[in-house]
Design a protein around this ligand. Structure first.
Ligand SMILES: [Zn+2]
Length: 543
């Protein structure tokens, strides 16, 4: 039994907005106040009590991360208090912290669940090992599907029913939680040095298949399989001036389906070229405000050094050409690709200044906080450990306007942020950082503090000395255990792994096996991740 008394509770999923009340925890869950004696009591007077943070879109595990760490050795000594502690496992900080450090740093900020957003099936086994190595947090992962050539061939042939069984089989093979679509068709085309920039144009190597067919097909399949999380889409033309037209066209294709748009900041640009790039966040926000079938995460950008990692191979090649920085590329057989480029966002650069504003504009102009979530597409827009900086910009309009004045004058004319006076409330912060993403992921036991919820709770000073909220929680409770106390990780435990098991016809293996034996470097029997390999799996059947 653990009792948290006297704190001001923010639990928007249950309509509780800054009410002083006790929270009782037993066996890892929130329970009713039983007046049971014994156990620990935390005096939370002067603290605000939040459901543990849930990150809807991050990159923390897998081969690409290791590639990025290798490409940025100069980052590796960058420290963090949790990384240099005698009591904890060794780890490296920097922009792509290693597994143990990732767990400590997320928990050390009050976040307790993360969704790893891009896993190729071929390296899913490795990803699961790294996720297991990432302590404290509960995790889920999304499997890359929009450039899988077996799926694409079926979509081109119009064999949606068979494609549905194949996608279900592949999700279970990867032990994933949902479907990610990155630059549909563009990553497959990249194997011939091409991209897929026009949604209605056939993809290189195909006769009739277009990005539009893939987007519509995957959205339908994910709905059909009744996955808890809708198709999670990284649109075509990420990062390109004028890409808002592609994004809006994509949204129209998704009409009638549930969908989650990833890191929308990178898809909200107007202009014809780099010199005329401007924000189109207002147009996208207007579309979102009128379409409740959609959710998104901000993919906000902050100035500074980072490293970009994405399955969007052609984009990374372009970024490498533009910036002259180091570039890594991996083609993942028949499934996907991956590119990595270290990058620095600078406030005096017009493009970066606009990007900085666009992320904030989306968070402020999309009216419903239940449908736009706090992310930086870690580490692409910025590292996850910088979330408190974004929260401050959302909550303090005066501070935000001071920062806007520091941008180049030219950039200030390309954005609308200076005209936005909205300030986030604490309750709205709890929604975009926890309750909203938990709901969009279909994790009903996360993101709230009602009876039966997982006891993942973060307690912060209501008035921290630094003036910056959410930087260092006073306590973090994960599954009922106090894991962080007074700025130090005190208790390291392993989290669970959320996996879905969609229904499929087992005869689909008769179709897949000969294809695999013909085209893959790995044999069919070795391909699926064994369920025994997962540590503490939480398997949700669906379909
Ligand atoms: Zn991402």
């Amino acid at each position: 039994m653990l009792r948290i008394t006297g704190g001001k509770v923010y639990d928007p999923a249950n309509g509780i907005d800054g009410v002083v009340k006790d929270i009782c925890v037993s066996d890892g869950r929130v329970v009713t106040d039983t007046h049971a004696e014994g156990g620990r009591t935390i005096d939370a007077r002067g603290l605000i009590v939040f459901p543990g943070g849930v990150d809807a879109h991050t990159h923390v595990a897998g081969a690409a991360l290791n590639f990025a760490r290798g490409l940025t050795p100069e980052n590796m000594r960058r420290g963090h208090p949790f990384v240099h502690s005698r009591e904890l496992r060794a780890g490296l900080g920097g922009v792509t912290p290693t597994t143990f450090a990732t767990g400590y740093m997320y928990a050390g900020m009050g976040w307790t669940t993360v969704n790893e957003a891009a896993v190729p099936i071929l390296s899913a086994r490795h990803t699961h090992e790294e996720l297991h190595d990432t302590p404290i947090l509960d995790k889920s992962c999304l499997v890359l599907m929009a450039n899988n050539e077996i799926v694409l061939d079926l979509l081109e042939a119009g064999e949606i029913e068979r494609a549905t069984h194949v996608v279900a089989w592949l999700i279970w093979a990867a032990k994933a939680y949902g479907v990610k679509a990155v630059n549909p068709g563009g990553v497959a085309a990249w194997k011939w040095g091409k991209d897929a920039k026009i949604l209605s144009a056939p993809i290189e190597g195909y006769k009739t298949l277009t990005p539009a067919t893939i987007i519509a097909g995957l959205a339908k399949i994910v709905d059909e399989l009744r996955l808890p999380h809708p198709v999670h889409l990284h649109c075509n033309n990420l990062g390109i001036p004028g890409n808002v037209s592609t994004t809006l066209e994509t949204l129209r294709i998704l009409d009638g389906h549930r969908a989650h748009l990833a890191h929308l900041q990178f898809h909200a640009y107007g202009g014809d070229d780099w010199g005329s790039l401007r924000s189109e966040a207002a147009a996208l926000a207007e579309y979102f405000n009128a379409h409740p079938n959609l959710t998104t995460d901000a993919g906000a950008m902050l100035f500074g050094e980072t490293v970009t990692i994405t399955a969007d191979g052609p984009l990374e090649y372009m970024l490498h050409q533009l910036s002259g920085r180091k570039w890594g590329n991996v083609d993942v057989e028949n499934e996907t690709g991956c590119g990595i480029v270290p990058h620095a966002y600078k406030p005096n650069k017009l493009v970066n200044a606009v990007q900085w504003a666009v992320g904030l504009e989306l968070l402020l102009l999309i009216n419903d906080p239940w449908r736009v979530f706090l992310t930086t597409d870690h580490p692409n827009g910025a590292c996850f450990w910088r979330y408190p900086e974004i929260i401050r910009l959302l909550m303090d309009v005066e501070f935000r306007k001071e920062q806007i004045k520091l941008l180049p004058e030219k950039a200030q004319k390309r954005i609308v942020l200076a005209d936005v006076d909205r300030q986030y409330t604490l309750s709205e912060i709890a929604i975009i950082s926890s309750a909203g993403p938990a709901r969009a992921l279909g994790l009903s036991q996360k993101g709230h503090l009602g009876v039966g919820a997982d006891a993942d709770i973060a307690l912060y000073e209501e008035r921290p000395e630094s003036g910056i909220l959410f930087e260092f929680p006073r306590y973090v409770i994960k599954g009922g255990d106090v894991v962080v106390e007074d700025g130090a990780v005190r208790n390291v435990r392993n989290g669970r792994q959320f996996v879905v098991r969609p229904a499929f016809d087992h005869q689909i293996e008769d179709y897949l096996r000969p294809l695999f034996q013909k085209v893959y470097t790995m044999s069919f029997d070795n391909y699926p991740v064994e369920v025994e390999r997962l540590h503490q799996p939480d398997i949700k059947p669906c379909g």
